[in-house]
Design a binder for this molecule. Structure first.
Ligand code: HEM
Length: 197
């Protein structure tokens, strides 16, 4: 995996649990690389698993919740490092739809060594998107966290529901604010006029 995933993970742990906690995590995980991560480095996923397992033990919090929290934090870091992907985009559903077809495609062009998941999108309604997550790394919780971070970024209320299956996870994302405003404009529009006749 790309070094940035590791440097940001350590930064997240420092922010959330303190610098000492990050040091203790690396010490008890004892990763083969030594744990002095650099953004330009490349490290195996197994090291991230070691770090998360160590953090789960010392913080008494379940690993998936930690990874999800990290994903939420990671989104704003990725967005800050690649603002061009967010320029002119105001709809979080359209943005999420473009991760597979545009963002990760560009990431792969820049970093051919990047190991990206498959996130096949299917628009099932104007305000609802299904993402089919597939990866050889079990990072579904990271994906949910990234979607939550995306909601934070757009100031949107996204409802996320998941269904895991042997090949991965089906994620349904619904944009609640958009549904609410569509409904209210309908009530104020022609339907309402007909009711008051
Ligand atoms: C500005 C937006 C984004 C950028 C620049 C970006 C870029 C990246 C990069 C560089 C990696 C690491 C690849 C590696 O370690 O080799 C990654 C991994 C990942 N990305 Fe994105 N990403 C973005 C948004 C998203 C969003 C919104 C989602 C979820 C819907 C997502 C889902 C994932 C997942 C789940 C992984 C972990 C790898 C795996 O599960 O196999 N990304 N992304």
């Amino acid at each position: 995996m790309k070094g940035v995933i590791f440097t940001e993970f350590v930064a997240f742990v420092e922010l959330e649990f303190g610098e000492d906690a990050a040091d203790r995590m690396i010490e008890s995980a004892n990763p083969p690389s030594g744990g002095a991560y650099t953004a330009v480095g490349q490290y195996p996923f197994s090291e991230l698993a070691l770090l998360v397992t160590a953090l789960a033990k010392q913080s008494a919090r379940p690993a998936p919740a930690l990874i999800q929290g990290y994903g939420r934090y990671l989104f704003q870091r990725l967005a800050a490092s690649a603002p061009e992907f967010l320029e002119g985009v105001s709809d979080p559903i359209a943005f999420l739809e473009s991760v597979e077809t545009h963002i990760h495609v560009e990431v792969k062009k820049l970093y051919p060594e990047a190991q990206l998941p498959s996130l096949a999108p299917r628009r099932i309604a104007p305000h609802a998107l299904e993402l089919e997550y597939r990866s050889c790394r079990p990072l579904g919780a990271l994906c949910i966290g990234l979607i939550e971070g995306c909601a934070d970024h757009f100031g949107a209320k996204l409802t996320v529901s998941t269904q895991t299956h042997p090949k991965g996870m089906t994620i349904l994302v619904e944009h609640e604010n958009a549904v609410a405003s569509a409904c209210s404009s309908q009530i104020g529009g022609s339907d309402h006029a007909q009711l008051s006749l």
